[in-house]
Ligand binder design. Structure first.
Ligand code: ADP
Ligand code: ZN
Ligand code: ZN
Length: 732
């Protein structure tokens, strides 16, 4: 009887498809196949081999081909992908093919590049047993005698007739041929690199490592809360070393922007004989595949990767590390909207191994879990390098300033002084895509939503204010209800304008702007950072791109602009992000021996966020934030999902959402469905976008509700609307 295969295909339908095949074994689950689907041929993946099908045998088509060029996806990865599909309510086929390297989504042959090499056999004669005229054979033997295997390439280079002679030697049984996967970029001989002496751990680092070592084996989550420069990376390296000694593999997840060549180099030099590979979006398709296969085959012992590498097959995985675990780039913002940090925790749980989440400013979700005792909280409170000092953080009270182009006189004076000293300065402008709120520049009034705890969002085109939480809306007022001021404006200031203003103030200064626009070109960011390191820049102007991971030795002054919007933003996570960002930016100042200064321009210098920031006290900040979240009933004290819709007309998207709300069955009293609202960036790429928020007290209730709702939505015959569910959304 032929086997029925349940095949996952990369199409937006939440079903598996039945095909038949001859002899297949259980181990073949996870292999890719070629099938005909409609009029196309498609690559699919075997998720199950079963005895029966709903279809009659004539309806079931045979698979055209089973690919055996790469090993099957192992059951643990399939299990993780299934969980991911269920949790994010996304078709399994799309989840699987999102997780696979691009190359494996096509029917092209995929395997590690291999090479042929030769080894000497017992039967080989000694050199002096060969007649002197057998010059080439003697050369070949001499080479092989120095240590085999020797690659075919090396041997062929010895003589034009090497090929023929090798053939004869093979025939005589003197040598044997081997086919080996090619690791030429990775396998560096241990002798090539001089091992650096390891730094002596600080007492805090030692305590953290001891605590991890004394954990009972199996699943556990540790949250490493360590200020910038406290030596978190050193902790990662030590924990990695201990896993490698036990013959295990380690997966290190980092935000895209943090995967710098420096970090990679730090792992490479620490583990010279072991293969460390990276997986990130700037690799070519073939590099990506190559690294992935090395991980899958167990040859790569350490994988350093961004978001997507959480799905990399690692047969001997012993530990997962997530660096900067709070970083929003771990959450994918389109297609399969998964959260890689959360998937990493799930993977650790499924594999029954420990996971370490590290950050100077953990997400409130993780910190909350630590306070609740679900995660172990580990702290690094001091900088690792002895004379490195923490920067002094001060607020510039903008109520007493008359800023020019957004720059206060205080900041301009500080910049001038720093220029004289020959130090570098950074002017950081907070421009994260949070929704613009309406603010009065005279009295600081911010348009509130009177129906819920949120701030209203400015929709300039329609001249309206909307609450993205509950759906309330009203006209933009003509003057400030607080003081009558007529000059009401959404908060905002651009990097370009700032760059121009700075060059007018400091015509002799070398100014460099680093933001999304100026770094679009490949390697642009790398080149710019190089300029900074070589001290060819006096003032850096930039956005959050600059906030992370880079060590600038001569940078001693940071000015932060445009931060107030986040304090009272409509997005309840804006303050959390602002705090994380300012801590990170502050970490750029004074990495060297010289203490740095951070000047923050704000209308609200007494805000508790700045108080905590001055003291560099994440925990104080997090505690007040959590109290506010609890009172407002926001995450982590509730669980959310967004139904997102887009269409060419806003009304089409909204009416779909109204319909969606109508058919929803709130299966539990804890489920709240809000009204549909236009998204804060309602118009994007010519499409109108709107959304509907669902909230529940318990994750399980939300999941059960979404399961039914998703199925019901799929039944709706909607035209001209693209919709998707976003579970645990980060951006509203
Ligand atoms: P983080 O990842 O917490 O920002 P790093 O691990 O990058 O911190 O460490 C910051 C600096 O301190 C680096 O230059 C690192 O080499 C150095 N460092 C870390 N641990 C030690 C130690 N135990 N002794 C001396 N220097 C250390
Ligand atoms: Zn006012
Ligand atoms: Zn509201």
């Amino acid at each position: 009887m032929p086997h029925i295969l349940k095949i996952a295909l990369d199409i937006p339908l939440d079903t598996l498809f039945d095909y038949r095949a001859g002899e297949l074994k259980k181990e073949d689950v996870g292999l890719r196949v070629l099938v005909s689907f409609g009029r196309r041929k498609m690559v699919g993946l075997i998720t199950e081999i079963s005895g029966h099908s709903e279809l009659s045998s004539e309806q079931i088509k045979p698979v055209l081909k089973v690919f055996r060029d790469t090993p099957a996806l192992t059951p643990d990865i399939l299990k993780l992908l299934r969980f991911c599909a269920d949790y994010y309510h996304h078709p399994l086929g799309e989840v699987i093919f999102t997780a696979l390297p691009q190359r494996l989504r096509s029917d092209r042959a995929a395997s590690l590049p291999s090479q042929i090499s030769y080894v000497l056999n017992e039967a080989a004669p000694q050199l002096d047993e060969l007649p002197p005229r057998a010059i080439v054979k003697r050369k070949l033997l001499a080479q092989l005698a120095q240590g085999s295997p020797v690659t075919r390439e090396t041997l062929l280079a010895l003589s034009p007739s090497a090929n023929k002679q090798l053939g004869e030697m093979l025939a005589k049984g003197w040598i044997a041929e081997r086919q080996e996967t090619c690791l030429k970029n990775f396998a560096r001989a241990a002798s090539d690199t001089i091992p650096e002496p390891l730094p002596t751990l600080t007492p805090e680092q030692a305590a953290v490592i001891d605590s991890c070592a004394s954990e009972p084996s199996g699943f556990s989550v540790s949250l490493l809360l360590g200020i910038t420069g406290s030596g978190k990376t050193e902790v990662y390296l030590r924990l990695t070393a201990s896993q490698l000694e036990q013959g295990r593999q380690v997966l290190v997840l980092v935000p895209e922007i943090n995967l710098t060549p420096q970090l990679e180099a730090r792992f490479q030099t620490r583990f010279p004989e072991l293969t460390v590979v990276s997986l990130h979006s700037s690799l070519s398709d073939s590099e990506r595949l190559h690294h992935w296969l090395l991980a899958q085959s167990g040859q790569a012992r350490v994988v350093l990767g961004t978001r997507l590498s959480v799905f990399t097959p690692l047969p001997e995985l012993g530990l997962i590390i997530v660096d900067e675990e709070h970083d929003s780039s771990f959450k994918q913002q389109d297609g399969l909207r998964y959260g890689a940090r959360d998937m990493a925790v799930t993977r650790a749980k499924q594999n029954n191994i420990p996971i370490l989440l590290g950050s100077a400013t953990p997400s409130l979700e993780s910190y909350h879990n630590a306070l609740a005792g679900r995660y172990h909280l580990l702290r690094l409170t001091r900088r690792a390098v002895e004379d490195a000092q923490l920067p002094a953080i001060r607020c510039v009270d903008m109520r007493n300033e008359k800023p020019q182009d957004g720059l206060s006189a205080t900041l301009l004076r500080a910049l001038a002084r720093n220029l004289e000293l020959g130090h570098q300065s950074l002017v950081f402008i907070n421009r994260r895509g949070f929704a613009p709120v309406l603010m009065c520049n005279q009295c600081g009034w911010l348009a509130p939503c009177l129906r819920c705890a949120s701030r209203l969002v400015v929709h300039l085109r329609e001249r309206r204010l909307r609450c993205h939480h509950c759906g309330h809306e009203e006209r933009i007022p003509l003057n400030c209800p607080g003081c009558g001021n007529l000059d009401l404006a959404p908060l905002g200031l651009g990097t370009q304008r700032l760059e121009d203003a700075l060059s007018q103030h400091f015509p002799a200064a070398r100014i460099l702007r680093i933001d999304r626009d100026s770094t679009r070109r490949k390697h642009a960011l790398r080149d710019m950072l190089q300029e900074v390191h070589e001290e060819r820049v006096d003032i850096l102007v930039g956005t959050q791109i600059l906030a992370k991971g880079h060590d600038f030795k001569r940078l001693t002054l940071v000015g932060a602009l445009n931060v107030d919007g986040a304090l009272y933003s409509a997005d309840f996570r804006a303050a959390e992000r602002l705090f994380a960002q300012l801590m990170q930016v502050a970490g750029r100042a004074g990495r060297a021996a010289e203490a740095g200064t951070v000047l923050i321009q704000t209308q609200f210098p007494d805000h508790p966020l700045f108080e905590a920031l001055r003291l560099q006290d994440y925990e104080a900040f997090a505690t007040t934030q959590l109290a506010e979240r609890k009172q407002a009933g926001f995450p982590p004290f509730c669980h959310q999902a967004l139904l997102r819709a887009e269409a060419s007309q806003l009304e089409t998207a909204l009416s779909f959402l109204r319909q969606a709300k109508k058919i929803a069955v709130p299966i539990s009293a804890s489920i709240t469905l809000y009204d549909p609202v236009p998204a804060s960036m309602a118009r994007l790429a010519g499409r109108e976008r709107a959304q509907l928020l669902v909230q529940a007290d318990a994750r399980r209730d939300l999941q059960r509700f979404l399961h039914h709702w998703n199925a019901a939505l799929a039944e709706l015959k909607v035209r001209q609307v693209r919709w998707s569910l976003d579970v645990d959304p980060l951006d509203f």
